[in-house]
Design a protein around this ligand. Sequence first.
Ligand code: KIV
Ligand code: NA
Length: 265
Amino acid sequence: YKKVTVKSLVDMKSNNEKISMLTAYDYTMAKIVDDAGIDVILVGDSASNVMAGHETTLPITLDQMIYHASSVVRAIDRCLVVVDLPFGSYQGDSKIALGSAIRIMKESGGHAVKLEGGAEIQQSISRILTAGIPVMGHLGLTPQSIYKFGTYTVRAKEEEEAIKLKEDAKLLEELGCFAIVLEKVPAKLAQEVAESISIPVIGIGAGSGVDGQVLVMHDMLGMTHEFNPRFLRRYLDLHTEMTNAFKQYISDVKSVDFPNEKEQY
Ligand code: KIV
Ligand code: NA
């Protein structure tokens, strides 16, 4: 895939090629991950946690999401850029939802939007789709609903919630979503969902029986230290690496080891 489109992702599912997705929120990181060959960058509202230091994803604004997304879009050549609609920008009133999605597309240059929820937000999803804006769904643990759940533990372990999740996945497919993120649900259920619909299911904490995987970049790089869910694989220990680099720099400045002869004019 020279340039990844929403259609490429559906083709990948048909061809049994797994989809790779990571979050990014800024130009420099997005450029590295796009050059590495990632299929999809998610400008996640996890920026609220990772970039801004909020405890939840609720406080981040549409303007802030557009800032992050426009930085990412300027960096990329190949991957598909999906942007989260933040809390409060799409629920309840589908016209507001469309307005928010249009702002993201126009002002950031992103390629698609992601919304959390199923039946509750179907009007918003449908209306956004009428404008030709591709929509990615998000089911399971939907962090914008943390105060409803009360905890970030695994969702849909009980029959009732599992049934609703399967119905919601079907509904999102019927409405015309091009993919669904499934967060923190039992692997067996996630696989059932992936097998029951033709659009790709991209998992986070949803096992290997889905059509792709997504992680938060700062988590997989090991920059976030206190966050240790079972599903997270750390590919680097950047927290340690960076701490050592910063300490070395501080010490070099103090001892006037830096700058040396060659590092000045
Ligand atoms: O905001 C985010 O990073 C996400 C992913 C965890 C799926 O929605
Ligand atoms: Na998100």
